[in-house]
Structure formats: structure tokens, C-alpha cells
Design a protein around this ligand. Sequence first.
Ligand code: PLP
Length: 397
Amino acid sequence: MFKHMTALPPDPLLGIAAAFKADSNPKKVDLGVGVYKTEDGKTPILTSVQKALQILSNTEDSKSYIQARGNQAFLDGMEKLVLGAGNALLDSGRVESVQCPGGTGSLRIGFELIKRGNPNAKVWVSGPTWANHVAVIKAAGLETAEYPYYDKANNQLKADEMLEALAQLGPNDVVLLHGCCHNPTGEDLTPELWTKISDLAVEKGFLPFIDIAYQGFGVDLETDVAGVRELLSKVPEALIATSCSKNFGLYRERTGLLTSISETSVLAGAALSHMLNIAREIYSMPPSYGGATVGILLADEALTAEWKAELAGMCARMIDLRALLVNKIHERGVEEDFSFINRQKGMFTFLGITPEQVKAIRDEYAIYMAGSSRINIAGVSSSNVDYLADALAAILK
Ligand code: PLP
């Protein structure tokens, strides 16, 4: 069966992580993998999440299966978090969610659902997008294409080109949008662009599929999804894949949900039955631990307030690090303008340096980043920022 199988090349980002680990340079800096880190380079369990986990371990009395659609408190709490507590959609009967293994699992179930609805659908992703998007879409058997998004040479959105491309689409098309904190560029849609894209979706009939993996990492929990909420208030149908990996720090617990918005409650029921059926065919039931933890946290006012404060702290730290890095680079007399880093949101930014410069900074300074020059801002700290700015200034000269 497997005689003719040859090994696949390693995932480039995981390769960078392995090379970083093996590097003995005491000054090495990891700006690669997309995981939040504190000032001392750790990814600890949030205190609010730890308290919820404690409640769970004190109260959980069975390891029997949970219901197929997932933990109800989790689903209710997360729908409110994404849509907004007073959103009329919540009582419309048009919204259905299922708990899935992480944002990736949610995306996969979403694309499988699209495949069942329209096997000829074409999925448009931003150029560039998160490295795994295209693979997940293709694994579901759907065709992909790219819409213009980011102008690397000028460090800004390709707004006009994007709108022109989306205006050509129709009901057989799906447009994958990053809800906030675009990965890998950090460059988000402006409120005006959200309005224009919402209007185009209504006019042209394409399906918006929104990937939300960083709610609360950009500005705050509400502002980050204002554009998403506007879009959802206008369109008849949409899909949303939400991840709890980053904002709850639950990475390894594989916690996320897929939400479908349908035109009517009857269609919403049909969509739900298919989401459950697809999940049944792949992994049967969702894992319990992460969803149960978030469910406990979001149902408890004090824990929710504590979590929001911790999340705001992570967000503020990344905003401060952006400003610090830009100042340190400019202080060194670098001619290029890096102030775009301050405008960008979330955990990522493209530095805009060439692949040769990415290699040079790694070989000469043990500073590791993705080949595209995407950096994880949370990997910067007050103890490595001078070293980083010195290295950048040296390779840019
Ligand atoms: N979507 C985007 C844009 C991401 O950056 C990520 C993770 O990096 C995900 C989805 C998937 O997250 P998860 O780890 O929950 O599967």
C-alpha cells in the first residue's frame, strides 16, 4: 500500500522552529511561529483560563461523549462574543454553530459544507493569506483563486484592485476574509472597505466566509469585529470560522467553532444537519476540554472580566512593541520608512525585506522569521529589540 510513498518536504514554518531550537547562539530571536509570547518568551496559560480549567476539573464527572454540536455554554458565549450580545441575528433562527477542533477544523468543516452546497464553488483568498488556507480549501475539493490584497512594495492595501476583482464575482464564488489582524500582513480592511465589500456581496451574490483567529488582538474585542458585524447585518448567507487558540491561549486544546448564517431558519436547520454530518464522517464528536473551559469562563461574569483584562494586556503589549521596534529602527538612521508597522494590527507584520536579507539576518544574527519576512511581533521584547534593530540596520545598509 505505502511502498511508493515518498516523504513530503517539512512544513517551512515548523522547519524554522526546529532550526531555531537547534541554534546555540545565546542571542537568538524567534519571530517565526504564530504563538503569543510574554516579555520572557513564554506562552503561559491565562489566569482566567486556569481558573475555568480548575472549575472544570472539580466538576467534570464523566468522560462520556458530549453532544455532537458541542458544549452549549461555549456555543452561546462565543456567538455573543463574535456577533455582539444584542445582535438581532441571535434571535432570528438564522444562526447555527458547531464546536470544531480549532480554527483549522472549523475552516475545514465550512469548506466541506460549501462543497455539498455547490461542488463548483471557487474560493477566493487574499494575496497573500495564511499559509494553510489554500491547503485546507483544496483538501475539501474546492478550487481556489487569489484576489489582490497587499502591495508589498509600498506596504499598503491594494484597495482599488481588490474591489475591482470582487466586483467580477458571482453566486458561485466564496470570498475568504480575515475578520481582523490579517495573517500574514497585519494590514486590516478599513471600515469603508468592509462597507464596500458587504455591499458587493449583496449585489453580486458571493458568499463571505470570515476567518476570525485574533479577536481582541488588534484594538479590542468590539472594534476588531465591527466590520464583520456590519457585513453580517447585510448579507443573506455567511460562514464564520472562529478560533480560541490565540485570544484564550488554548492552542493545544483545539478549540473553535463554525457558525453559519442562512437566509431562513429552515435553511439554517439544513446547514446545521450537514455540518454535524460532515463532522461525524471526519472525527465524529468534538473534543470537550477547550470548549467546556471557554463555556465556563464566558458564563461567569467575573472570569469574563478577568479574561478581557488579560486579553487587553496582550493587545496593548503588542501595540507598544510595534512602536518600540519602529522607533529603534528609525533611531539607527535606516532610510526606509517602517512606520507602517504601527498602523498594522495583531501579531503579524511583513517587514518587507528580501528573502536574501531574511537569510542574512538568520545566518549572521540568529534572528528567525518566515521566508516572506513575516514577523511575530510578540517575539520582540525589551531585551531583544536593540539587537534586532541593530541587525536590521546592518543588513539594510
Ligand atoms: N486562521 C488564521 C488566519 C490563523 O492564523 C490560524 C492560526 O494561526 C488559524 C486560522 C487556525 O488556528 P487554530 O490553531 O485554532 O487551528
